[in-house]
Design a protein around this ligand. Structure first.
Ligand code: URA
Length: 226
């Protein structure tokens, strides 16, 4: 299926019925200038520092450390919770059902998965996909924070409660946080629902809310950049 077909299907899915024949195009993606110290090099160093990690108990059940994927110069970064079974098996974030939904979400705002960067709060799969525990988040999140500093995106979208609470340093629930801008070390953060939640609570209203959050994040990216 083409990107356009996916996008139109997604819009129809969330109840959009009145597409303009010639919508004003989103700014076309242009490559960002490479910063002096290359972000890819910084990311490689962070991955090396993680090594064959045994810093917390999540190492006991994992197959692969799921570091992150995407464009080191991405202007938009997504942060999820932690790897599930598919991600643990493949070593890449968001490759299962929730990943397919995330790809659709990315396409709905005119971007592709390889234009953005995707990472998680914890890099090893929690047993039975449980929520990561505070000590696991405390141990692993500094690596995420370093990834964010290396990439220096214009905008971060946090997917679900653990990611939103971790980056915003709050205990407030996702229902209250979503749709409201916060900041992480000066970078605008838009909390939204996790794609897995969207799949569970597949209402037009939830899909519309997520689409609104994503559009707000897209609009916050520097003009002409992807
Ligand atoms: N859910 C997440 O939060 N992250 C993944 O990588 C996959 C599913």
């Amino acid at each position: 299926m083409s990107d356009l077909t996916t996008w139109v299907a997604y819009l129809a899915d969330i109840g959009v019925t009145d597409l303009a024949v010639r919508p004003s195009p989103l700014p076309s993606p242009a490559p960002s200038p490479a910063p002096a110290i290359d972000a890819a090099g910084k990311l490689a160093t962070i991955r090396e520092d993680i090594g064959p990690c045994t810093r917390c108990k999540l190492c006991e059940g994992r197959t692969n450390i799921v570091f992150g994927v995407g464009n080191p110069h991405a202007r938009l970064m997504f942060v999820g919770e932690g790897p599930g079974a598919d991600e643990d098996a493949q070593g890449e974030p968001f490759v299962g059902r929730a990943g397919k939904k995330l790809n659709e979400m990315i396409q709905s705002i005119g971007l592709t998965r390889d234009q953005v960067y995707i990472a998680n709060v914890v890099k090893c799969r929690p047993p039975d996909n449980r929520t990561p525990e505070p000590d696991e988040i405390a141990t692993c999140s500094p690596f995420l924070f370093r990834q964010i500093e290396a990439i220096a995106p214009d905008v971060i979208v946090t997917l679900g409660a653990p990611a939103s609470k971790t980056l915003l340093g709050t205990k407030v629930g996702i229902t209250q946080l979503r749709g409201n801008w916060g900041r992480f070390r000066g970078i605008p953060v838009m909390p939204t629902y996790h794609p897995a939640y969207l799949l569970r609570a597949y209402t037009v209203e939830n899909r519309r809310l997520v689409y609104e959050d994503l559009k707000a994040a897209r609009a916050r990216m520097a003009p002409g950049e992807a």
